[in-house]
Design a protein around this ligand. Structure first.
Ligand code: NOJ
Length: 538
């Protein structure tokens, strides 16, 4: 969709994340695959999204479910073949959908041929493609760096007597982007997929890819208390967000810019002021560093109002905003805020200024599924059990219909993660036929957004409200049709009055259908969990 000639598809469009293992199992092994995604493209087109981001589909021992890549330029047989991929890409393009791949540049699998070579001897030409250190004087790991998934970030490679660094699992050795040959090899990986026609990359933990060259100890976190995520015992000062990272990212960006209309989106979990640095100087960084504030902040109107304002103020002139509501690493929105507020969250995601990224299943209100101890798959949960850090609950199979495996897999198949108990009612087929469902709401919202460029690429101004309300206007500043929309959201469960002199309009869309079509002027009282999109009269 090109909402305006001045905007690229990745600015006006909606990104939809597919976690391939859990989307649709076409070959009967209980794990989703590319044929499954292909079979559901009509659904995505009906829903009205513009781009599909696929989490990793490359060959991998699956220690971290694909985020441990053993070959960057092929497809895991679980998911299909390169031919399947080419077909999927062609079918996306035929439907006007873009396809974004996950690029995992911080680490490979320990089974990647590069690492097998690197660990074979200290003098192997690929040794320097990874990060090696001698033991500390007296033995033990070279410094206090910790893995994100629990335990030390260093593992001893016994044959050569050195430790290698891994920010995640020991099966995910970090690669050394300071090495020019490694850099070139990774650039060629990007070119391999760009040449095939992919429309861009979501870059895994892009802010992690360079580490301190002096290997200094991380400082203690003064706020750390036992019972917290053990990784947070130290501040990640020397293992993430290093100044040199921006030069490496601009190298990736140059490669992507060799091809027209492609995009680079970076996974960055940092405070806003650090986050916006990832646009790079003059825009030489990623097109969009993911903005996770709707995921990471408490669901409080005051906090979110403040966060939107700080984000808008911190964006550089060349920085296009974006918002993310859910992903495969965080509890689902419906579980975090409750089903009634999930519609409010949808309005925020789809009407704030910037590119929205949706997570599969959020459009039907899927919630986190309880995982029994013997069903745990996530290595994070296995390493640090019982702390609620595991990510399986938000990765369960998509619910397509009321049948036993929710249409994700044939009824006799055992899916790799359990199906939600409420899938007989919470599923695409049932909700498509119900005008009051969250799916029907999402679709109408998306259709409205597609029809009204002010909502996607228009100007934004916040309105001064208090309490549980959030209110803003999307204007015609950059649209040709001159339309303006007022968005008012009640994040609370009780009535809240919105009063701003001098406005009048008609409710176009609401969480509460009895409100639609209503004319309002001056003030309006929203019920609990109510949200409105009002077309303002000029
Ligand atoms: C971030 C990914 O989103 C997550 O799923 C993965 O485990 C880590 N990076 C390591 O690649």
């Amino acid at each position: 969709m090109k909402a305006s000639n001045k905007h690229e598809w990745w600015q006006s469009g909606i990104v939809y994340q597919v976690y391939p293992r859990s989307f649709m199992d076409a070959n009967g092994d209980g794990v989703g695959d590319l044929q499954g995604v292909l079979a559901k493209l009509d659904y995505l087109q009906w829903l009205g999204v513009d781009a599909v981001w696929l989490s990793p589909i490359y060959p991998s021992p699956m220690a971290d479910f694909g985020y441990d890549v053993s070959d960057y330029c092929d497809i895991h047989p679980l998911f299909g073949t390169l031919q399947d991929f080419d077909r999927l890409l062609a079918e996306c393009h035929r439907r006007g959908l873009k396809l974004i791949l996950d690029f995992v540049p911080n680490h490979t699998s320990d089974q990647h041929p590069w690492f097998l070579e690197a660990k074979s001897s200290k003098t192997n030409p690929k040794r320097d493609w990874y990060i090696w250190r001698d033991p500390a004087p007296g033995g033990g790991p070279p410094n206090n760096w910790l893995s994100n998934f629990g335990g030390p970030a260093w593992t001893l490679e016994k044959e050569t007597g050195q430790y290698y660094f891994h920010a995640f699992l020991r099966e995910q050795p970090d690669i050394n982007w300071r090495n020019p040959q490694l850099r070139e090899a990774m650039h060629n990986v990007l070119r391999f997929w760009l040449d095939r026609g992919v429309d861009g990359f979501r870059v895994d933990v892009i802010y992690h890819i360079v580490k301190d060259d002096q290997f200094r100890d991380n400082p203690r976190n003064p706020e750390y208390k036992p019972g917290m995520n053990p990784h947070h015992e130290f501040l990640a000062v020397y293992i993430a967000d290093r100044p040199e990272v921006h030069d490496i990212i601009s190298g990736m960006r140059k490669v992507v810019d060799e091809y027209p209309e492609r995009t680079l989106v970076g996974e960055v979990y940092l405070p806003i002021e650090r986050l916006v640095m990832y646009y790079g100087e003059g825009g030489a960084g990623v097109h969009m560093p993911f903005n996770f504030q709707l995921i990471t902040l408490p669901w409080s109107a005051a906090i979110i109002r403040d966060a939107i304002a700080r984000y808008e103020a911190a964006l550089p002139s060349y920085g296009w905003p974006n918002w993310v509501l859910g992903n495969h690493d965080n509890p689902r929105i419906a579980s975090r805020v409750g089903r009634p507020q999930a519609k409010i969250a949808a309005i925020l995601l789809l009407t704030l200024r910037g590119t929205p990224t949706m997570y599969y299943g959020d459009e039907i209100g899927m919630h986190d599924v309880p995982i029994a101890p013997d069903q745990v798959q996530d290595p994070f949960e296995k390493n640090v059990p019982g702390m609620g850090l595991g990510r399986d609950p938000e990765r369960t199979p998509m619910q397509w219909d009321p049948s036993p495996n929710a249409g994700f897999a044939q009824p006799q198949v055992r899916p790799w993660l359990p199906i939600a108990a409420d899938s007989t009612t919470v599923n695409v087929e049932t909700q498509r036929g119900d005008t009051g469902s969250i799916l029907s709401f999402y679709r109408r919202l998306i259709m409205l957004r597609r029809a009204k460029p002010a909502l996607s690429v228009g100007g934004y101004s916040a309105l001064p409200v208090e309490g549980n309300l959030i209110a803003y206007v999307r204007t015609d500043a950059e649209c040709s049709d001159g339309e303006c929309f007022l968005i008012v959201l009640n994040l609370g469960m009780t009535d809240a009055r919105f009063a701003v002199e001098d406005f009048r309009g008609r409710v176009l869309l609401s969480t509460h259908p009895d409100r639609e079509g209503q004319a309002i002027a001056g003030d309006v009282t929203l019920r609990g969990n109510e949200g409105l999109i009002v077309e303002l009269s000029r």
